[in-house]
Design a protein around this ligand. Structure first.
Ligand SMILES: [Fe+2]
Length: 261
């Protein structure tokens, strides 16, 4: 097994490991790498949906999406490139931040990838938190934020009033490492709890600008057979849609997590 850093802020690329051979005995070493690097890229995998689900299950129960699962496996969603028509992930986010209980990690397997582009970008929110001043961190430690899926509901023609929402701490503490991370998201974070939208706007805007500074970022440039997993507890991600109509077929799954603390 050969490990190479993906970029300075986060990520490790692992070659020479067949993930189908990872067992409950060898899993703790991988989980240590995952907690250290936050993104793991496993090159040259040949996985059936069952293989991918079995590997991910080492981290915990899989999230089942009742309307979005593939025929191949109830926990796996197939992401296909429809050009810009359903381009709803081209922004910095943590998956499903508007729900009370959030997926711990997301895992993508690249079945078909574009010749160039279609990267997945990541921003390290542990670093983003550490780079704030102690004065601002003190203020943010006392704040929770309201996250809502109303905007997403509008895109899909559903009633925004019925969209899910949740309140989470602005400083999220990682359940395994105990590290603090900034936890806000422009598309879904509406305001701070106890603050109006107008009062929240300026400070949120500052955080939205700060959270994705270049020195917090890394990008996964897809190769066919890549299996990529990232930690939603301390990262934001961004699906860069710069590959036009070139085919891109990804099997996605998520592992259940917890209510952020
Ligand atoms: Fe996402």
């Amino acid at each position: 097994m050969h490990i190479q850093r993906l970029a300075a802020p986060l990520g490790a690329v692992i070659e020479g490991l067949n993930v189908r051979e990872v067992t409950t005995q060898t899993w703790p070493d991988l989980n240590r790498l995952f907690n250290q690097y936050k993104v793991l890229v496993f090159r040259n995998q040949k996985l059936t949906p069952e293989d991918q689900a079995n590997f991910a299950s080492l981290w915990g129960p899989l999230v089942h999406h009742p309307y979005a699962s593939t025929k191949a496996h109830p926990a796996i969603m197939t992401l296909t490139n429809y050009g810009k028509k359903k381009d709803v992930n081209q922004h910095w986010h943590s998956d499903m931040i508007y729900n009370p209980v959030l997926p711990k990690l997301t895992m993508l397997y690249g079945l078909e990838v574009p010749s160039i582009g279609g990267n997945t970008a990541f921003s390290n929110q542990t670093l983003a938190w550490a780079e704030l001043s102690e004065g601002l961190r003190t203020t943010l430690r006392s704040l929770r934020a309201v996250h809502s899926a109303a905007g997403l509901a509008r895109i899909y023609g559903e009633d925004p009033k019925k969209a899910p929402f949740a309140k989470h701490p602005v400083m999220r503490t990682h359940a395994e490492t105990g590290e603090p991370a900034l936890f806000v998201c422009r598309e879904f974070t509406e305001r701070f709890v106890g603050w109006s939208k107008a009062e929240s706007a300026a400070l949120l805007e500052y955080l939205f600008q700060h959270r994705a500074r270049p020195e917090f970022q890394a990008r996964q440039q897809w190769r066919r057979g890549d299996l990529v997993m990232w930690d939603n507890r301390c990262l934001l991600h961004f699906a860069v849609h710069d590959h036009g109509d070139e085919p891109r077929v990804i099997h996605r799954l998520q592992v259940e997590g917890e209510t952020p603390q």
